[in-house]
Design a protein around this ligand. Structure first.
Ligand SMILES: Nc1nc2c(c(=O)[nH]1)N[C@H]1C(S)=C(S)[C@@H](COP(=O)(O)O)O[C@H]1N2
Ligand SMILES: [Mo]
Length: 204
């Protein structure tokens, strides 16, 4: 029996249904750290902001304090990384993306949202995905502010798609009219990235 089968057995022994694992994934209790470049570390959050811009009726600029006051939404969810690890029941609290949609009012031309992270990272998610499944601008993980390596002060979390779509050190949310690739999508990853359909690479 290979690693993946053993891993699914182990999962059953722990009382989880292996059905919760998308195809080709294994389960871990660790929280691996993954990023293309360095970890953003802020001395303070004085100059920090999160901008919402592009095809919207109302552009927005949030300070960390603004987001903290709005951070009333939470979910517990499984996350799936394209490098094949999955983690169950992760708890996040922050600002629901629906709240951002209500405040920014995307124009009828808006089709895709580009999430911009520190150091030029970006990830595209279609507006229809964002409207049909929950997304969160997360400030808290398991009740505590995010660790720097997991995206402090704020990261997006969009569990419906592979975890590379969940931009850490989030600084910009841009509404655009056509589906453009973000950082990993330009480097061979799938434009959509549904773990249940194993949309890992552009040719999948
Ligand atoms: N800004 C930024 N966000 C990012 C990345 C990155 O390189 N830069 N990597 C993505 C990838 S590939 C994954 S799997 C997750 C990893 O999140 P974690 O380190 O909290 O597990 O962050 C995503 N968000
Ligand atoms: Mo990833």
């Amino acid at each position: 029996m290979g690693f993946f089968d053993r891993n699914r057995r182990e999962l059953e022994k722990k009382g989880y249904s292996p059905e919760r694992l998308p195809p080709g994934q294994y389960f871990t209790e660790r929280f691996p750290v993954l990023q293309a470049g360095g970890v953003a570390v802020y001395k303070d959050l004085q100059g920090w902001d999160l901008k919402v811009f592009g095809l919207v009726g109302q552009e927005l600029t949030f300070s960390y304090g603004d987001l903290e006051r709005l951070a009333q939404d939470e979910f517990v969810t499984d996350i799936h990384c394209v490098t094949k690890w999955s983690k169950f029941d992760t708890h996040w609290r922050g600002v629901s993306f629906n709240k951002v949609l209500d405040m920014a009012r995307p124009t009828p031309e808006a089709r895709t949202v580009m999430f911009h992270g520190e150091f030029g990272y970006s990830a595209n998610i279609s507006l229809s995905d964002l409207k049909s499944s929950e997304g969160l601008i997360a400030l808290f993980y398991e009740g505590a502010p995010l660790e720097p390596e997991h995206g402090f002060p704020a990261r997006f979390v969009f569990p419906k798609l592979y975890f590379w779509k969940s931009t850490k050190w989030l600084r910009g949310i841009e509404f655009i009219s056509s589906d453009e690739p973000g950082f990993w999508e330009r480097n061979g990853y799938h434009m959509h990235g549904d773990p249940w359909l194993e949309q890992r690479y552009s040719e999948d």
